[in-house]
Design a protein around this ligand. Structure first.
Ligand code: AMP
Length: 448
């Protein structure tokens, strides 16, 4: 029960208004510590209820009578505009019975309007690092009195190349008393470095051992012969599965556009979301999806980041994501806050090893599914190794566009791993079992 937390009655009233009954595990673990002012490092996926886990303690700290605001007291940094917008909404919903004001600073919005908002000094400032830095450079932003700093989806901010911007903003918060860092994954060395630099004796709450992810989401694979066959399977699924809203993930914009075009041609109410779409298109897509006018979204990973859409209960991986972490992020779109979801990955010959790596990373075995009406010839490798990988499948290399290329016949002899003893073939799972199996090159934010 939320009433067990030492939260102000006005916040408990808002919680009740929102019909939150039981705190989610991340809320149960983080709220008491955050209320004590502890620095936190929380590993929890999107959809776990982590926003409320940091927003409620922040509001509790700020709550008080109406007064003239002279400084920004809380800074919340997130990787994408949508996530920032959603967080603002969440803050406003919880703050509805208080005098606390919040403001949003993201790219794609009017710079001067933002500067005017900053002159009014919000208590809580939410936004993305790039535009924050621009406002800082323009002399519009003073973070010296920030007491609480939140880095949400920190792993993703690093993936998107925001490390320097984030560090600069952190350094601006010279008087901060509490820092909370959230990430969906345990991240790599970049995240560890940031944790060491930014957090002061943090409590590490690890809410999503990846193996326990998405208990409410069934995860299936369907084998396919080639991309055209995958398209047939997508058509079948969208026509025959029971779902409220679906998202089809591709690794490239070109494929997203292609699938979108096919769906529209079949008169599906669909939308496509990728990096070439501007902010207006993105807003429109998300609003339509939320309102239910659009049932199907075709998206690339970065574009879909931070989506929180009720009723999104079917995820189709047209292309297998390039890493276990990305898979976790994608699947985090469905089965949110306890609702049932279904995630289906379409697997060609060239996708098999990646799929089995992700299974090992998650310590899960995806359900194999065959659909009679669209069954192809490929049904998985004839022989698999103990690792689950196909025996004798030539390695394929993925270029920046996601196109598969044959690896050159000669493999370079001087590789870092060459010194490793044979028995220690590079493991996909790190010693703590949580590291990404294969990090793809960070996608530049501008590219998406
Ligand atoms: P988040 O992980 O913060 O993006 O939250 C995912 C969704 O779960 C949001 O729509 C929240 O409003 C909702 N949510 C968060 N906490 C609870 C709760 N305790 N009970 C019901 N819904 C919740």
């Amino acid at each position: 029960m939320f009433s067990e937390f030492a939260l102000h009655e006005r916040l408990l009233k808002a919680v009740a208004e929102l019909k939150f009954v039981e705190p989610t595990p991340v809320q149960a673990a983080a709220i008491p510590l955050a209320l004590q002012g502890r620095d936190l490092r929380v590993t929890a996926q999107t959809g776990s209820g982590k926003t409320a886990a940091f927003v409620l303690p922040i509001l509790n700290r700020l709550i008080g009578p109406a007064k003239i605001r002279v400084s920004i007291k809380t800074l919340i940094l997130l990787p994408t505009r949508e996530l920032a917008q959603q967080t603002l909404k969440e803050v406003e919903r919880f703050a509805q019975f208080t005098f606390i004001k919040s403001g949003l600073i993201t790219g794609g919005e009017d710079f001067k309007v933002q500067a005017a908002m900053l002159r009014k000094v919000p208590d809580i400032l939410i936004g993305t690092p790039g535009r924050m830095i621009e406002q800082l450079n323009a002399g519009n932003l003073d973070l010296k009195e920030v007491e609480v700093l939140v880095l949400d989806e920190a792993d993703r901010m690093l993936d998107m190349g925001f490390a320097e911007d984030v560090q600069r903003l952190v350094d601006e918060c010279t008087n901060r008393q509490q820092t909370m860092l959230f990430s969906a994954t345990t991240g790599g060395s970049g995240l560890r470095e940031m944790v060491a630099k930014v957090l002061n004796n943090p409590e590490h709450l690890q809410l999503n051992a990846v193996s326990q992810l998405n208990e409410t989401t069934r995860q299936q694979i369907i084998t396919a012969d080639h991309n055209q066959h995958k398209e047939q399977i997508v058509n079948w699924l969208l026509a025959n599965e029971t779902y409220q809203k679906a998202i089809v993930f591709t690794n490239t914009r070109a494929m997203a556009d292609r699938i979108y075009g096919r769906l529209v041609a079949q008169e599906y109410k669909a939308f496509v979301l990728h990096g070439e779409k501007d902010q207006k298109d993105r807003k429109l897509a998300i609003d339509r999806l939320k309102q239910g006018g659009v049932k199907i979204l075709v998206a690339t990973d970065v574009a879909a980041r931070g989506l929180d859409v009720d009723g999104l209960d079917l995820v189709i991986n047209f292309d297998m994501p390039r890493s276990g972490d990305e898979y976790v992020h994608r699947i985090g779109r469905t089965g949110r806050a306890g609702n049932d979801g279904l995630a289906i990955s379409l697997i060609c010959h060239g996708d098999w090893n990646l799929m089995s790596s992700i299974e090992r990373y998650l310590k899960q075995s995806f359900e194999r599914r065959t659909i009679k009406e669209v069954k192809g010839t490929y049904g998985g490798p004839k022989k698999v190794k103990a690792s689950g990988k196909a025996v004798g499948v030539k390695k394929k290399k993925t270029d920046a566009k996601g196109d598969k290329k044959k690896v050159a016949a000669k493999t370079p002899t001087k590789r870092k791993s060459a010194n490793r003893p044979k028995a220690e073939a590079p493991s996909l799972v790190s010693k703590d079992g949580m590291a990404p199996l294969k990090r793809r090159k960070p996608e530049a934010p501008a590219a998406e």
